[in-house]
Each structure stands twice: as structure tokens, then as C-alpha cells.
Design a protein around this ligand. Structure first.
Ligand SMILES: [Ca+2]
Ligand SMILES: [Ca+2]
Ligand SMILES: [Ca+2]
Length: 332
């Protein structure tokens, strides 16, 4: 092959590759990666959810926020009951023990999309970004892709093709989880993919004219917009866990062997260390308001939290040398 022909051939190949770059199809189609809610792969489900609702329509804040469902609808097995996030709303999920990176998918997110009756490759889908954290402070996003066109706004009468969507929750219809593989986030400083304690879902707004949400390559993600009704935006049904550490690992380890557990907690937080050194424990709410302060000087110390409402708290430990640990605690 002469050089010009070779270049032409290569160019043609690149072009056709770009057009054909596609991802697994909708649930029920050959090659789909959707996981049924009843799959034996699931060993656990989200145990706690806190939510920051988004607007009914981010372009018209005066309309107020999404209201359908509540946090309880996002915990436990996928059952079709949902928590609506609204435009750019955020749900933060915690688990009875951490998620680790096993072979293949490690967890899956369930939304309540539904098929187009005339084409099983198309469905009404509302999408969400997925982020994970191993310290409750720093979150890292799965690199999302949307190859859906971005010239004509997808509205409430329009359907999406799952083959154009990757690493976005809501890719699959209700009853089928969209899988996420922690291996894709390996090598990131500040993230331990074998000790994931929080998963965040962030609604994709879907507008292509202002207030756009972008995929990892900077493309506008086109999904139903506007959706100014109570169940607007991403509708979170459940997060199912495939690879969960069942023994419960201490969430903080260090030279003093400090462990803070369990997390999430219902009754009391245990702080253990191998040196029984004097430390101060301070519990604050998510805004930093101090709720409780206690001196720790045993190898095993108990901090009673049974009377506090369910939610997210911070436990700060300070030693006499000025070292400080901060642990995000979920109270159930
Ligand atoms: Ca994995
Ligand atoms: Ca949307
Ligand atoms: Ca549910």
C-alpha cells in the first residue's frame, strides 16, 4: 500500500471508529451490562442517604425544589420507590461496610427510566454523575461519556439510546442497575478504591442551552429538560453493592492504631487505640457546630450518639501534640 493510500485508509478507519464508538445497549438487548435488581450478585444495599434537592427548573429557581420521595426511598433493595433529585440535586449514600474493588463491577445504581414501546434500544432516561469517596471529604467522579447529539434538546417526549451513554447512572431502565467498576478510578491520589465509604449521585441537568452539564470530554450531556414537576431530575431508587467488605474495617489506622467504628453508627462511636494516650474527641454537625466534647484516655472509649438525629457528623480527635484526625460519621 503506498503512503497516501495508507493515510487515506487510516483516516477512514478513524472516522468510522468515531461514528461507531458505542457502549453496551439497553437492558434486555444482547451485550447489555444492566444488572437485574434480583441478581444474586448484590450482597448489600445503601444503608443511609442524605440529600440536597435541586430545583424543579434550574432556570426558574422561584418554582422551588423537587419534592417526590424522600431519603428512605433510596436505601435498601431496589423496589421502584424513588427519591427525586431535581436539577443538579445531590444524594450521598453510606453503607454498613465499605465497598472494595473486586473483579468487574463493584456496585450498581438504580433509576426508574422506562422503555420506548416502539424501540427496545430507546428509553426515557434521566442521568446522574457518580462519585465515590474513601474519606467522606474528597470525592472522585467516574469519567462519564454522552455521545447523544447536542443540537436538539431532549424533552419529556424523547428517548435516549443507552449505546451512547457510559459511566452515567440512569443509563438503564427501572429494575436494572447501571454498573460501576472501581478499577476505572485506580491510581488516584486520595482515593482508596478498596475502602469506598460514600457514593454520590449528582443529577445531570441535561439542558443544551445554558446550565449544561458536561461529560468527561467536555461534551454537553443532553437528557430530558426542562422537567418542572415534583419528580424532576434523577430519580434514585437504590444503590446495590456487589463487593462489600463484610468484616468491617476500622476507618482510621495509624501508628497509634486508632480506630473509629462503627460507621454508620446507631448508638455509640467506639474510639480505640493501642496507647491509651490523652485525646480530646469533638463531635460537630455538618456545619461545624460543636455538639459534644469528651476526653479519651482508655484503649477503648465510647462516645454516646444515640440521642442525635440521623445525619452526617464530624468526629475530630486531637492529641496533646496537636495532631488531628477528622472522621465523617453517618448516624442512622
Ligand atoms: Ca471492580
Ligand atoms: Ca435532566
Ligand atoms: Ca427504592
Amino acid at each position: 500500500m503506498n503512503r497516501i493510500l495508507f493515510l487515506l485508509f487510516t483516516f477512514h478507519f478513524l472516522l468510522s471508529f468515531e461514528v461507531k464508538a458505542q457502549y453496551p445497549p439497553q437492558a434486555g438487548q444482547s451485550g447489555s451490562t444492566a444488572i437485574s435488581a434480583s441478581s444474586a450478585l448484590f450482597t448489600g444495599w445503601a444503608a443511609h442517604c442524605s440529600v440536597q434537592r435541586g430545583f424543579l427548573d434550574i432556570a426558574q429557581p422561584s418554582l422551588g425544589y423537587a419534592t417526590a420521595g424522600d431519603s428512605a426511598n433510596a436505601i435498601g433493595p431496589a423496589d421502584g420507590s424513588i427519591l427525586s433529585l431535581g436539577d443538579s440535586g445531590v444524594a450521598e449514600l453510606a453503607f454498613s461496610s465499605p465497598i472494595y474493588n473486586g473483579p468487574g463491577a463493584d456496585f450498581a445504581v438504580f433509576e426508574n427510566g422506562f422503555l420506548d414501546v416502539s424501540d427496545p434500544n430507546l428509553a426515557y432516561l434521566e442521568l446522574g454523575f457518580v462519585e465515590v469517596s474513601s474519606d467522606g471529604i474528597n470525592y472522585f467522579r467516574f469519567p462519564a461519556t454522552s455521545l447523544t447529539q447536542d443540537t436538539s434538546q431532549i424533552g419529556n417526549a424523547n428517548y435516549l439510546d443507552a449505546r451512547n451513554i457510559n459511566n452515567l447512572a440512569g443509563k438503564y431502565i427501572g429494575g436494572y442497575g447501571t454498573p460501576f467498576d472501581l478499577q476505572e478510578l485506580s491510581g488516584i491520589t486520595g482515593l482508596d478504591i478498596n475502602n469506598i465509604t460514600y457514593v454520590r449521585i449528582i443529577d445531570v441537568i441535561g439542558s443544551i442551552n445554558g446550565h449544561a452539564s458536561y461529560d468527561s470530554a467536555g461534551r454537553k450531556i443532553n437528557d430530558p429538560y426542562p422537567t418542572p414537576f415534583p419528580s424532576c431530575g434523577f430519580d434514585l431508587d437504590a444503590v446495590g453493592v456487589i463487593h462489600q467488605i463484610t468484616t468491617g474495617l476500622p476507618s482510621v489506622t495509624n501508628s497509634a492504631g486508632i480506630s473509629i467504628y462503627p460507621n454508620p453508627v446507631t448508638d455509640k462511636i467506639i474510639v480505640s487505640s493501642n496507647d491509651a494516650q490523652n485525646r480530646i474527641a469533638v463531635l460537630t454537625d455538618i456545619q461545624g457546630k460543636i455538639l459534644l466534647q469528651q476526653t479519651l484516655n482508655e484503649k477503648i472509649n465510647e462516645i454516646p450518639v444515640g440521642n442525635f438525629p440521623a445525619g452526617i457528623y464530624y468526629l475530630i480527635l486531637k492529641d496533646t501534640k496537636g495532631s488531628k484526625w477528622v472522621e465523617k460519621i453517618t448516624k442512622l
